[in-house]
Design a protein around this ligand. Sequence first.
Ligand code: SIN
Length: 294
Amino acid sequence: MPATSLAQPASQSFDVRPLQGLVGAEIVGLDLSQPLNDADFARVHRAHLDHHLVVFRDQHITPQQQIDFSRRFGVLQIHVLKQFLLAGHPEILIVSNIVENGQPVGLGDAGKYWHSDLSYKELPSLGSMLYAQELPSEGGDTLFADMHRAWDTLPAHLRAAVEGKQSVHSYTARYSDTQAAVNWRPNLTAEQLAQVVTVTHPVVRTHPENGRKALFVSEGFTTHIVGLPEDESRDLLAQIHAHSVLPENVHRHQWQAHDMVFWDNRSLIHLAAGCPDHLRRKLHRTTIQGDAPF
Ligand code: SIN
C-alpha cells in the first residue's frame, strides 16, 4: 500500500528536563533536522508554555530547517533592518558583533536593552528562536526576566498604579541612543519608518495560551504610560523595570555550541549581556508573530 499523505514522521525519543530555578527546560535527544510528528510537536509546545524557554541542545540544522520548524508555531516576522537578514532567507535575522571588510554581518547591538521582541508592532512576537552559529569563549550570555513572576510579586501600590493602563511602544525611541554608541544602525528610510509606527498595548497582558497575567513593558521599547504626566510615567516605568529584573526574576542562559533557544516573548523580556568586542559571536533568529495583547 502506498503511504498516504497523512502519514506522520516517526516519533523521536527525547527528554524535557526542567532547568534549576524559575524558567527554562532543556530538550535533549530531539533532532530538529527531522520533521516532528504531531505528538512530538505537542510535547515541545507544552514545554514552551510551561517553562517559557526551551533549549534544544546539539542541533545541526540548516536555515531552511530552522524556518520550517519555527513556522509550525505561526507566521514569521521579517525584521525591518533588511541589511541584516540572511541572504536567501529573509525570515532569519543575523545577530552578530562581527565586522567583515568594514561591514557588520549582523545586528551587533540586538538586545542591548531589556525588551520583548517586536513589542513595537500591533502583533508583537509570540516567541523567538535563536540558534548559535559562533560563540565567544567569554561572555555572550542572554538574560531572561520572568514577567509573570514580576507581575505576581509586584508591590500592591505599583499593581494598582498600572492595572488597566496602556503604554506606548516605539522602535525608534532608543534607536538614536544605539546609533550614538556604535554605528550598527543606519538611519531608517521613510519606508522603514512606516513599518515601525508607535503602538499602544496594555501594561499588564494576559497570556493567550496559559491565561496568566504578565507585565508587558520594557526599557527597550516602552516610552510612556498613556494618560500620566511624563515624570510620573517615567518614575513608574523605572520602578516596574527595577522590580522586573530583580535577580530572583532573572534566568541567565550560558550558550553551548549548537544550542537553539526558543523563548516566549509574552512571558519573558530578555537582554544580551554582551561579550568582549574582539570575540566573535553570531546567531540566527527567527521571530514568530503572536496575537494582539489583551
Ligand atoms: C535578541 O535580543 O534577540 C538577541 C539576544 C542575544 O543576542 O543574546
